[in-house]
Design a protein around this ligand. Sequence first.
Ligand code: AMP
Ligand code: TRP
Length: 354
Amino acid sequence: MSEFKPLVFSGVQPTGNLHLGNYLGAIRKFVALQESHNCIYCVVDLHALTAQLVHDDLQGQTRSITAAFLAAGIDPKQHIVFNQSRVPGHAELAWIFNCVARIGWMNRMTQFKDKAGKDRENASLGLLAYPSLMAADILLYRATHVPVGDDQKQHLELTRDIAQKFNIDFSKRIADTGLGVDMLVGEERVNGYFPLTEPLIEGPAPRVMSLRDGTKKMSKSDVSDLSRINLTDDADSISKKIRKAKTDPEPLPGDVEGLEGRPEAENLVGIYAALSDTSKEAVIADFGGQQFSAFKPALTELAVSVMSPISAEMRRLMDDPAYIDGVLEDGGDRAGAIAGKTMNDVKEIIGLLY
Ligand code: AMP
Ligand code: TRP
């Protein structure tokens, strides 16, 4: 339990089309959290440079993710929506965190290992330092809660490690400046400048899997477009992709335990549960014992009813780039004001003249 003011922060990279995994794992939660929390949602364009430096249309991609946020129901007036590169504090704090974090911590990240592949020496330094920039995104606002899909869990643990090491390394300066906040770490009451951020991952589909292979996550970079449902897919494509989704020959089991060892069945049931805001148990109670030939049309109808209003609104917003740019500029101004205060505190704590 921290005594930091509750604040939600999350980010999405402007690389490729958003898919159902992004929606169910992240964006839908962003929307729900607006009811209970102050929220900051960021299009992380600096992160997009880590795996590939040169992009055809980074500005267009940034607008498109922003349009998806707004179309899904994020309110940019009540909350903050902006793109990362507008607020210089992200890169500035990331540099400080590069000096807090250890190379060994970065080398252990599974996302780095996956993205760097066999030729690690040739990966960009930015790809290695990616989690340090992500920690800076979150801690620049001293955010307490971060909604993400399950694949980001390790990065959030690293964010806590960075916050904790900063709090310990500078504990005397934090106490002397009086800039710290009392918080509980385990049983212990400590004073620190950065909160130990909590991930918000739970839900029936924390990791949405590929429609072609239930053991691989649904991903923007999968070569097969049939593997994912894009946020911009029309009803016909959604229907075709669900019809062609891989399954096994058995009917749906009578209880949730029966999904074990059936990754494709488990994935489709999880998607249905998440889209209808229920649990896998509730879906099995309705569809247990039925064939996929009956379940798939029901899933299609549900997916179309949830997704098509979002894609229609996204298309409408994409026709008005000036409006989107205005949202990002306004969000950037408001985020920048919070970030500026944190950077001054951090400089005071470290002992940099400012
Ligand atoms: P990215 O597309 O990597 O920028 O991810 C944006 C957000 O979507 C992050 O919170 C991810 O954890 C989440 N996400 C990406 N892919 C999936 C997936 N297949 N299932 C659930 N969440 C996902
Ligand atoms: N690494 C996240 C992803 O690939 C994107 C991200 C960057 C992020 N900074 C963040 C998510 C801060 C949450 C909070 O999905």
